[in-house]
Ligand binder design. Structure first.
Ligand SMILES: NC(=O)c1ccc[n+]([C@@H]2O[C@H](COP(=O)([O-])OP(=O)(O)OC[C@H]3O[C@@H](n4cnc5c(N)ncnc54)[C@H](O)[C@@H]3O)[C@@H](O)[C@H]2O)c1
Ligand SMILES: [Zn+2]
Length: 348
């Protein structure tokens, strides 16, 4: 795949070789406190050439204040339009750094070096970059491609287990909307028994094909939103609570709730829902949520704000069968609320 390098064998030499063919005036490496500790050493060969900027880790920093600090640092370093920004981190760094690069002096080149499973199979691929704003996820952002993406699954070795499992949710999603065969394989194994090299490449290939066909998300790219209408609303809601959910965890519960809606609408069988919920709930047991009436009301309000809606109506990507998605399905508020309450009934 052009511009996506699977380089678990040696990311250092792949990156070095690529950079030699370019002609950048300056290099800015954006990392967070964890990726500077666990991942930055792989870019040691750039230490004397690059300006390294570290931000605190976490979703709470994917905001306009941090973006401003990054633009300020680039300005102070007198970076011109021929500079390169290297994003070394998870989805937060890839989204935030990509957004800063795309807007600094009307856009400088950037590359993604995703270091979480979620960023490797999802956030770094597809050209969506942005920041959260006023409590809404990815409220401000643009579509723009990085110059290249370097994927090394060895970075996953230092990733906390909870983060690894959350990234696995996006792999589950890709299988449920597009590949029943791989779903059948992964669903016989627990999340920590999976073969990441194979699954990451499979997911990346699938996402890349979809994005190439529909960059601006006018039609089939919406397939990738399975689990995300409810997932994003849950994520936004719990972001403000004492126990935030990781993006992947929210998507995992979103996929179960949206599969419930698919049964209610007669798209899939009850047995399909049970197959999906048994596996997902089993894997994500310890991030189970319980929603009160008030929670459901607030989450519904957030779902009504979803960027994927049309004419004020909630639109979801659902499953028409395991291994096949269906886009733009209108979902009534009461259907959404029933699905949220259904999560409380899961017997795990
Ligand atoms: N742009 C897109 O298409 C897209 C798609 C999906 C998700 N996202 C976004 O991605 C974000 C979530 O990404 P994430 O789950 O990667 O979160 P993240 O970037 O916050 O990383 C998770 C945690 O892992 C740490 N970390 C990263 N790499 C590590 C490593 N190799 N070893 C040890 N620790 C490491 C980070 O410091 C952080 O604490 C959300 O903001 C979401 O909106 C974007
Ligand atoms: Zn996602």
């Amino acid at each position: 795949m052009e511009n996506i390098f699977f380089c678990s064998a040696n990311i250092r030499s792949s990156l070095k070789e690529w950079l030699l063919k370019q002609n950048y005036s300056n290099i800015f490496i954006l990392c967070d406190e964890n990726t500077s500790k666990y991942c930055l050493a792989k870019l040691e060969f750039l230490y004397n050439k690059a300006f390294i900027y570290k931000i605190p880790s976490g979703e709470a920093y994917k905001n306009i204040e941090t973006a401003q600090q990054i633009w300020s640092a680039m300005t102070a370093q007198r970076f011109d339009r021929n500079a390169l920004l290297i994003n070394l981190g998870g989805g937060v760094i890839c989204d935030l750094g990509g957004f800063c690069a795309a807007t600094y002096k009307r856009g400088i080149d950037f590359i993604q070096i995703p270091t979480t499973l979620l960023a490797q199979v999802d956030a770094s691929i597809g050209g969506k970059v942005g920041i959260d704003f006023e409590g809404y996820k990815n409220q401000i952002g643009i579509f723009t491609h990085p110059k290249a993406i370097f994927i090394d699954t060895k970075f996953l070795q230092t990733l906390p287990e909870r983060e690894l499992r959350a990234g696995f949710a996006e792999i589950i999603k890709h299988c449920l909307i597009a590949d029943k065969e791989i779903w059948n394989e992964i669903s016989t194994l627990s999340w920590n028994e999976q073969d990441w090299d194979t699954l990451v490449e499979h997911s990346v290939r699938y996402k890349k094909i979809i994005v190439e066909k529909d960059f601006q998300e006018k039609n089939i790219r919406k397939l990738l939103n399975f689990g995300h209408t409810i997932g994003h609303a849950l994520e936004s809601y719990f972001l403000e609570q004492k126990t935030p959910l990781l993006h992947g965890e929210a998507v995992a519960w979103g996929m179960v709730a949206e599969s419930f809606i698919a049964v209610q609408k007669g798209f899939i069988e009850k047995e399909d829902l049970e197959e999906i919920q048994d596996y997902i709930a089993g894997q994500f047991r310890d991030s189970k949520i319980f929603l009160s009436d008030r929670d459901v009301e607030a989450i519904t309000q957030l779902a009504l704000q979803d960027k994927k809606n049309q004419e004020g109506e909630i639109r979801c990507t659902l499953l028409s069968e395991i291994g096949r998605g269906i886009i733009d399905v209108p979902v009534a508020e009461y259907e959404l609320q029933e699905a949220l309450f259904y999560l409380n009934e899961l017997n795990i």
